[in-house]
Ligand binder design. Structure first.
Ligand code: ATP
Length: 379
């Protein structure tokens, strides 16, 4: 799916003026509160009209103010999961799902309800009414009802916002299954970076009503602070690893990626699990000589790909290639000068900590078995 957006919309004092294109399997709209995320998905869903502009999905125009095209919401075939589940309270789960199905024209129905029920793990809830469901169960049923309408695109507006951490952890694997097994493109609104890092294949960053960056998740998050200076500490590389096993002597988990072997605190996942770890720029140090006798366990040979000055004057971001893995380090501009950091310079990257968001790598996810661990593994 390719989603093309170029729209303006004024709401009181707020001006949305966003332009981007995405073909992601799961595109996250990430931005702080009030940045325009909900306004944008309301425009895509057809719940609001832009003052100016155009929205297209796979070449099909949904809105074009110049051409006076406005496809009404019910003809767009877009599923919408709201922050609150908005289930019909007087209907059972089964009837809520059946209602979703009724919304789709017979000829366009691809949704297999049995498969959706299995995928979301809601088979045991079918005869209950929403009042007898937990928050997490309501969210899963709301996703099921949206899918039952055989949408071409699923919009999810902070579907986990009302849930506590345990319930969130329960739902995230289901979102991963949607992304990886159902093949339906998802736009997922969030202001939680760990969720975005875990789920997104692509990211659109919103700030003050503008799309300030968009592209593959790893590229956007590696330069996050260039577009959102306030998210400085979250600037990070995403590294796909395989859990190779456990170090018998010290109980550390061993992760393998093209850069080499990573040692992190014990991770509760099956051997062979494919995971995505987040390596923050602030947690990577650089050395021209191979460091010896240091406390950090994860030291990788790398080459400088580029140096970018940040808006914070003393700092720079250094992009690195570590055997095929992309890493990013934040150092001072003085360090750039002293070490002579420039494209092609070989060096050593010392990783001080790795974030484990209970993350399954997009497209190659194990379906279960990964319980989220503490957020940071010191190494
Ligand atoms: N109908 C309206 N009239 C006036 N201002 C509005 C209206 N709807 C939204 N706004 C304003 O537009 C801005 C963007 O709102 P929006 O809900 O799109 O942000 P958001 O990024 O989704 O925020 P959050 O993460 O808090 O849900 C906010 O400043 C909001 O107050």
């Amino acid at each position: 799916m390719t989603l093309v957006v170029d729209v303006s919309r004024r709401l009181g004092a707020f001006n949305l003026d966003a332009r981007f294109e995405t073909s992601g399997r799961l595109t996250a709209f990430f931005g702080h509160s009030g940045s325009g995320k909900t306004t944008l998905i309301n425009l895509i869903a057809g719940l609001e009209r832009p003052d100016r502009g155009r929205i297209e999905i796979d070449g099909r125009t949904l809105v074009d103010t110049d051409e006076r095209v406005f496809v009404p919401t019910h003809r767009r075939r877009i599923g919408y999961v709201f922050q609150d589940a908005r289930l019909f309270p007087h209907l059972t789960v089964r009837q809520n799902l059946a209602y979703g199905r009724l919304l789709s024209p017979r000829a366009d129905r691809w949704a297999d309800i049995t498969r959706i029920i299995e995928l979301l793990g809601i088979g045991h809830l079918l005869d209950r009414r929403p009042a007898r469901l937990s928050g997490g169960e309501k969210s899963r049923v709301a996703v099921g009802r949206a899918l039952a309408a055989s949408p071409r695109l699923l919009l999810m507006d902070e579907p986990l916002a009302a849930l506590d951490e345990d319930r969130k952890a329960e739902i995230l694997p289901f979102v991963e299954r949607l992304r990886d097994e159902l093949g339906i493109p998802v736009v997922y609104v969030s202001h939680a970076i760990a969720e975005v890092a875990r789920l997104a294949t692509d990211v659109v960053l919103l700030a003050g009503g503008r799309a300030v960056a968009s592209g593959p998740a790893d590229e956007v998050l590696a330069h996050l602070e260039l577009s959102l200076p306030e998210s400085r500490d979250e600037t990070a590389a995403l590294v796909e690893v395989v859990l190779e096993g456990r170090d018998p002597d010290f109980g550390l988990s061993l992760l393998r990626s093209p850069a080499g072997l990573w040692r992190v605190s014990r991770l509760d996942a099956p051997t062979g699990a494919r995971l995505r770890v987040r390596v923050r720029a602030r947690d990577v140090m650089l050395a021209l000589d191979r460091p010896t006798r240091i406390s950090a366990l994860n030291v990788f040979a790398a080459t400088v790909l580029g140096v970018t000055e940040t808006s914070d004057a003393p700092d720079a971001l250094v992009d690195l290639d570590a055997g095929g893995d992309r890493l990013v380090a934040r150092v001072t501009r003085q360090t750039v000068a002293t070490l002579g950091l420039a494209p092609g310079v070989p060096l050593w990257a010392i990783v001080k900590a790795v974030s484990l968001d209970g993350t399954a790598a997009p497209g190659r996810a194990p379906l279960s078995g990964l319980a989220p661990t503490g957020p940071i593994a010191r190494s």
